[in-house]
Design a protein around this ligand. Structure first.
Ligand code: GLP
Length: 260
């Protein structure tokens, strides 16, 4: 795993956006895997700004989001479909039909999940998967204990995640208990992964995912098996890494040809 420690979340988000933009320029039909939460807001802001300056064209880009709350329709203000429209899709020239988010109102959830997996495969697979990490080490909504080979399916949230996400709802009681999420196995199939994590609240999860043992207790640790995963973090999120100085040294000495 490549670990890039930036002086600020803003700088790390700009670096992630630069990597995504370079990919889209080299492959206009890029398939992006997208994430929600507060972490990727700066990344989406950068992409929108680049698009406004005429630096990226999304007209042939396809997207697949990681997850959605079960029971929330796309017009619900806390749905991830709404989040994506607000923070990215309405700001770039992406075709609505090329955007995919699990349907929180699907009547037959297993069939919907199987169709989502098939749609990813039919699109040629995900070229670049953006990820945040939960304070408990979850990716997507793959809570601790998730199978590291899991595919898109229904999951039940932990009380901790319900508590973490309650700030977006009027009360914790309104946070859905169930979600539809890509599995850890689905995520590992992406050709490249970019994980963003900012702030001291993510320091334990970052250390466990990057330097701890690979374990279903920390689903993000499965990314240690990915051959092209970069973790972009700020100083606060890096605070508990044992080898932080080495990661800084590696990045400072990164050969020019390896930079996106
Ligand atoms: C939710 C999302 C995750 C996200 C996590 C962290 O659980 N399903 O994809 O990484 O929140 O959220 P935040 O970025 O707000 O800390």
């Amino acid at each position: 795993m490549e670990i890039i420690i930036s002086s600020s979340a803003r700088e790390a988000s700009a670096e992630a956006a630069r990597i995504a933009a370079a990919l889209i320029r080299s492959k206009p039909r890029t398939v992006l895997g997208l994430a929600t939460g507060s972490t990727p807001l700066g990344f989406y802001g950068e992409l929108a700004a680049m698009h406004a300056r005429g630096e990226i064209d999304f007209s042939e880009v396809t997207t697949f989001n990681l997850d959605e709350y079960a029971g929330l329709g796309p017009d619900h203000p806390q749905s991830y479909a709404h989040f994506m429209r607000e923070n990215l899709f309405s700001k770039v020239n992406i075709a609505h039909w090329r955007t995919h988010i699990p349907d929180g109102l699907a009547a037959d959830i297993p069939a919907h999940c199987a169709a989502y997996e098939l749609a990813i495969r039919e699109a040629g697979g995900i070229d670049l998967q953006l990820l945040g990490v939960g304070s408990d080490g979850h990716i997507g909504f793959n809570e601790p204990g998730s199978s590291l080979g899991s595919r898109t399916r229904l999951k039940t949230l932990t009380e901790r995640t319900i508590g973490d996400n309650a700030r977006f709802f009027e009360s914790p009681a309104l946070v859905p208990r169930h979600v539809i999420t890509m599995g850890v196995g689905t995520i590992l199939d992406a050709k490249r992964c970019l994980v963003l994590a900012f702030g001291e609240g993510k320091a334990d999860a970052v250390a466990a995912m990057a330097e701890g043992p690979v374990t279903a207790d920390v689903p993000a640790s499965a990314l240690q098996f990915h051959s092209a995963c970069s973790l972009l973090i700020d100083e606060a999120a890096a605070a508990k890494l044992k080898r932080a100085d080495y990661y800084r040294w590696v990045y400072a000495n990164k050969p020019a040809w390896q930079r996106a």
